[in-house]
Design a binder for this molecule. Structure first.
Ligand code: FRU
Length: 529
């Protein structure tokens, strides 16, 4: 008996030592033959934004000013599940390396602070400026949980807050809300832009199954302009987090308007996802392009086909010289976000992405790539101009580089009728697979055996798939891995898939296999530090 206690004590202390003995180079727990499931900090991404502690969902109020990118986020600082929403705040000079700031907006007597946007009011149209610095105005949804509990329908209204120190501190407008609720339960997520053709502000608001547009000369008084989308696009769930902006069609002088609309549930692989519409906007009405107007309710205009990119919108106030449309999304899905196996913090943002609009056959499609700022964090690991793949061929292991923060690029020339599978794996038998089935013209991610998957039945119950939009003979693949996430950019970003995973220990092998022999070209595996 005494022996049993002694051994138990030994194992207990040994276990404690083992788990707390982190590798000094990587800051990670030992992973070779480690029997310990990874801890919270092992899952935490290195170059994606996560809150220090507590819960996070949607990105909010992103704006750029004087060299700083601001990111606000839906935040429950006191718990690791969704709850009373605040706007957390983080700043960065390159959108990769973020510094968390004090909470920007807290709940008040009008309600908790749901999603919304922020704009720099350069001309002080709101009159909230002090005549020196342009005020930054945040426009958000107040969610009044008491009114909701009382059975009322008008519990979501729009309020504003302003900052006179370039986003550091915030004051709520004293006459909030600025836009009351007409008695509609889902009435939220205002995204505001300056419509310079008519010198007015336009607000896109998600209203159940449509987007309502409002206009204002001063951000304080709003007038309803029109509604869009009740009978178009995906309607498997409620519409949320819209974003309307003008884009140049790549390599032309044509301009089109793009409307992003998040939907939950109803995504292409289940749960939450973001669809988009391309068309024209005349200051009052959004008219979808003919190719899109004719698509009916079945469509494949999704910004990302993976399960973990939701509620994303673009940055405001990006200087004209830059001209990019910079996007960031929440890297989770409402199906299981509250249950993912981290305790002290929950959820990360996607990598910031540069959106472009391309014309393809008779329609328009968004192409996304990671922002170029990521490149300065990447150092070359493996580089091979050509590799023969037969059966299952290992292409990199932890002896080459740390595969948990890496970027993998390659091309498959002359696609043939077969399935190409790429795997990240570890000695625990966890494997994350992704690839392309040329027979079905379908990309896929399979996380069914990727480690911890049982925390929710919808996490890994099916393989996620995505269509291919390019008919090029060569397939270009770029995969970016950051501890718990993979972001796949196929065909230069024409099809994108983002998913999260929780391996029992870090993945330390990357391999490829095909139905027959094939060649990979321009294989490059970089470390991202
Ligand atoms: C989207 C969303 C928004 C809402 C916020 C609440 O994920 O449901 O519609 O404003 O989250 O946290």
């Amino acid at each position: 008996m005494k022996y049993i206690y002694q051994s138990l004590l030994f194992f207990f202390l040994g276990g404690m030592l083992f788990t707390s003995c982190k590798n000094r180079e990587t800051g990670k727990s030992p992973s070779e033959n480690d029997t310990v499931v990874q801890a919270d900090e092992d899952f935490r991404p290195d170059f994606h934004f996560t809150p220090k502690s507590g819960w996070m969902n949607d990105p909010n109020g992103m704006f750029y000013l004087d060299g700083t990118y601001h990111l606000f986020f839906q935040h429950n600082p006191d718990d690791n599940v969704w709850g009373p929403m605040h706007w957390g705040h983080a700043t960065s000079t390159d959108m990769i390396n973020w510094e968390e700031q004090p909470i920007a907006l807290e709940p008040d007597e009008n309600g908790t602070i749901f999603s919304g946007s922020a704009v720099v009011d350069h001309d002080n149209t709101s009159g909230l400026g002090d005549g020196e610095t342009p005020p930054v105005i945040a426009i958000f949804t107040y969610h009044n949980a008491e009114r909701e509990q009382e059975g009322e329908d008008d519990f979501q209204t729009q309020g504003i807050g302003y900052s006179l120190d370039a986003g550091e501190t915030w004051t709520k407008y004293e006459d909030n809300p600025v836009l009351g609720n007409p008695g509609i339960r889902d009435f939220r997520d205002p995204k505001v832009i300056w419509y310079e053709e008519e010198n007015k502000w336009i607000m896109s608001l998600a209203v159940q199954d449509r987007i309502s547009f409002f206009s204002s000369p001063n951000l304080l008084d709003w007038e309803h302009e029109s509604d869009f989308g009740q009978d178009l696009g995906g309607h498997g769930g409620v519409w949320e987090c819209p974003d309307l902006f003008k884009m140049e069609v790549d390599n032309t002088d044509e301009e089109k308007w793009v409307l992003l609309v998040s939907i939950n549930p109803g995504g292409p692989n289940g749960g939450s996802a973001t669809q988009y519409f391309v068309g024209d906007f005349d200051g009052s009405t959004f008219t979808p392009d003919e190719s899109i107007a004719n698509m009916g309710e079945e469509h494949n205009y999704w910004l990302d086909f993976g399960k973990d990119n939701y509620a994303g919108v673009t940055w405001s106030n990006i200087p004209e010289e830059d001209g990019r449309h910079l996007f960031i999304g929440w890297m989770s899905n409402w199906q299981y976000a509250n249950e993912v196996p981290t305790e002290t913090w929950r959820s990360a943002m996607t990598l910031p992405r540069d959106l472009k609009l391309t014309q393809q056959e008779n329609t328009y499609r968004i192409v996304s790539t990671p922002v170029r700022e990521l490149e300065k964090y990447s150092t070359e690991g493996i580089s091979e101009s050509s590799v023969e793949i037969k059966d299952s061929t290992s292409l990199a292991t932890s002896a080459d580089l740390d595969l948990s923060q890496a970027e993998i690029l390659f091309e498959i020339p002359e696609l043939q009728e077969k399935k190409y599978t790429f795997s990240l794996s570890n000695e625990k038998g966890d494997v994350l697979k992704f690839g392309y089935d040329h027979g079905k013209e379908e990309f896929f991610i399979d996380r069914s055996n990727s480690g911890l998957v049982d925390f929710n039945e919808n996490f890994a119950n099916k393989i996620s798939t995505a269509p291919r939009f390019s008919d090029a003979e060569n397939l270009e693949v770029r995969a970016i891995i950051d501890n718990m996430s993979i972001e796949l950019f196929f065909d230069g970003g024409h099809t994108v898939m983002t998913e999260i995973f929780f391996p029992q220990q870090a993945f330390n092998n990357f391999s490829a296999e095909g139905d027959n022999k094939f060649t990979l070209e321009n294989l490059q595996i970089n470390q991202i530090n």
